[in-house]
Design a protein around this ligand. Structure first.
Ligand SMILES: *[C@@H]1O[C@H](CO)[C@@H](O)[C@H](O)[C@H]1NC(C)=O
Ligand SMILES: *[C@@H]1O[C@H](CO)[C@@H](O)[C@H](O)[C@H]1NC(C)=O
Ligand SMILES: *[C@@H]1O[C@H](CO)[C@@H](O)[C@H](O)[C@H]1NC(C)=O
Length: 538
């Protein structure tokens, strides 16, 4: 239960108030030792699930009981993962058959990774539509909602990509916390009062650094304004229809009522900007100390001699089919020329012969691979989690961004000196070879990576521990004291335009009267000087 200061009774007697407060906080600490928390991590797939699972794991150690709301298309995937036994699960049904959902994601991966002009717009449209349908189905599933209502949840944790999380929380009347999975924390929480200044903080998907030319600052400001006025409206529009239909507040207001924002960023790998106290940087949620690798992988790595290995990992984005076969050949040609061995995380092996220095592995913990002392570099698509894992383990990187925030990650990799970036539309095996050769042979990248790693590890708590601590803290003490109070001001008050106008008027009046006085003094002086001369002449 969250304590809302505004709703506390205004008692006059201090001692009665104290007694009530002490009693209240006692019951709070006792009941909060085991509160039920509902987690809505989108559908239960990929990086969005792993972020909230990392936080859930730490909340368990604090005695909470975690229930994850996942989709029927990825329920089995989640239950079979190492988190399967850890959490309770509630399952919602997609409005289309599970096979079609899997096919949809396959189609998406295929259209994203196909070369040439990107299909980002089309891809986002399909995703938004599916998400909105899913959200509607959840809200209208009476049996599911009744079960959720009776589970006595204290709060809800959701992925900020999934606006539906806030809507579900509103329907269940729960306070809610968001995980923001993207780069650029001040951009994503600007509506909470984060200090997003387009002069020094790059907007999303621009690829700019924090030092910008006039042209870049102009583009950056426009990009921020357009996204925050138009982009948000487009994103929220489908949810708005849904909210009107169910008599709920506007989704924009619902998002603003989020109590805590756990942003997946750390300023070791992020451009600095000012965050309000209820925005907590917890970057690197999935980065942790490595576990022992399977023995065949370990011996493959040891077989590399002193040259070590390079990891190639494009998540679920790069899939092997006819349209990508040429790209796979380009990769293999580049890898074959390098002295390092390559571990390539890829679901299916290509049908053409592969040199023995390349090992294709359908699945392996990338974090454990990055933590191996023989790992020299990672070649990846700019996934945000992989970026922080590379920093944590101090491994230089070559990025080939495919879509959306991956372009921002690649700008950070280049600007912080962690590695190099490649353009997927003009990729050749020479370019891949040269970039990987450069980051593995030029020791500047290695030294920067080690410095960033040492900096990143020098924190009192691990990111997931910090996230769990703050959720626990918010459940116990509320977040009123952490929220900025800009909301009650209008735009003139917020930007201090009234104060500036007042100061200008005061300055103007001061000048006005000063000049008046000077004029008067001069005219007096004039009389004073002229009177005796007059007298003389008389
Ligand atoms: C619901 O949870 C609160 C604490 O979160 C606890 O005090 C209360 O007893 C629970 N109620 C039921 C019916 O389990
Ligand atoms: C934890 O949550 C699950 C599902 O919501 C519920 O069935 C279970 O009883 C809860 N456990 C405790 C100890 O409250
Ligand atoms: C996936 O793509 C295939 C062929 O391009 C198409 O026939 C099918 O309808 C698509 N499926 C979904 C769910 O989008």
């Amino acid at each position: 239960m969250l304590v809302n200061r505004k709703e506390m009774p205004g008692l006059t007697s201090v001692s009665i108030m104290n007694m009530i407060l002490i009693g209240f906080s006692l019951t709070l600490t006792i009941s909060c030792e085991a509160s039920n928390i509902l987690v809505s991590p989108l559908i239960g797939k990929g990086s969005h699930f792993y972020l909230s699972a990392a936080i859930g794991e730490q909340l368990l150690t604090r005695g909470h009981n975690l229930t994850y709301l996942v989709s029927n298309a990825f329920e089995d995937h989640v239950r079979q993962s190492r988190f399967g036994e850890m959490f309770h699960y509630e399952v919602f049904k997609h409005t289309i058959p599970v096979e079609d959902i899997h096919q949809l994601f396959y189609n998406l991966s295929r259209s994203i990774s196909s070369r040439g002009p990107s299909n980002e717009y089309m891809v986002s449209r399909i995703l938004f539509q599916t998400q909105q349908n899913d959200c509607n189905a959840i809200i209208e599933d009476e049996i599911l909602m009744t079960r959720l209502r009776s589970a006595n949840f204290s709060s809800l944790l959701f992925d900020s990509t999934w606006v539906c999380g806030a809507i579900i929380a509103e329907v269940l009347n729960l306070p809610y916390f968001a995980v923001v999975p993207y780069p650029s924390p001040c951009f994503h929480t600007a509506s909470e009062g984060s200090g997003f200044n387009p002069a020094i903080v790059p907007s999303i998907m621009t690829g700019f650094s924090s030092v910008m030319s006039f042209k870049e600052r102009l583009f950056n400001s426009l990009s921020f304004l357009i996204y925050h006025n138009l982009g948000i409206q487009v994103t929220l529009k489908p949810y708005r229809t849904l909210c009107v239909k169910h008599g709920l507040p506007d989704p924009y207001d619902l998002m603003k009522q989020t109590k805590l924002w756990l942003v997946n960023n750390d300023f070791v790998g992020e451009y600095p900007c000012a965050l309000p106290p209820n925005v907590i940087p917890v970057g690197g949620l999935t980065a942790k100390d490595p576990e022992q690798l399977p023995s065949d992988i370990e011996s493959f790595i040891q077989g590399s001699g002193g040259d070590g290995i390079i990891i190639c990992s494009f998540g679920s984005i790069l899939i092997l089919d006819e349209s990508n076969m040429a790209l796979m050949k380009i990769f293999v040609d580049a890898f074959a020329r390098l002295p390092q061995r390559i571990i390539w995380l890829l679901k299916t092996s290509p049908p053409f012969p592969i040199p023995s220095s390349i090992k294709i592995v359908p699945w392996l913990s990338q974090n454990d691979l990055l933590g191996h002392p023989q790992t020299k570099a990672i070649f990846f698509h700019g996934g945000h989690n992989s970026y922080y894992e590379a920093i944590y383990h101090g491994v230089p990187a070559v990025v080939m961004p495919i879509l959306a925030d991956q372009h921002d990650v690649s700008s950070r990799v280049v600007n912080f000196g962690l590695g190099l970036k490649l353009d997927k539309d003009i990729i050749t095996s020479d370019l891949i070879y040269e970039a990987l050769h450069e980051v593995t042979s030029n020791s500047a990248y290695f030294q920067t990576a080690k410095m960033m790693s040492a900096n990143f590890r020098n924190r009192p708590m691990k990111p997931a521990e910090r996230a769990a601590f703050w959720i626990d803290h918010a459940i116990k003490h509320g977040t009123d004291n952490l929220e900025l109070t800009g909301d009650s001001l209008n735009i003139f008050q917020y930007y201090l335009l009234d104060v500036i106008v007042f100061i200008f008027i005061v300055i103007f009046l001061s000048f006005y009267f000063a000049i008046k006085c000077i004029k008067m003094t001069f005219s007096k002086l004039y009389c004073f000087v002229h009177i005796p001369t007059k007298k003389k002449t008389e």
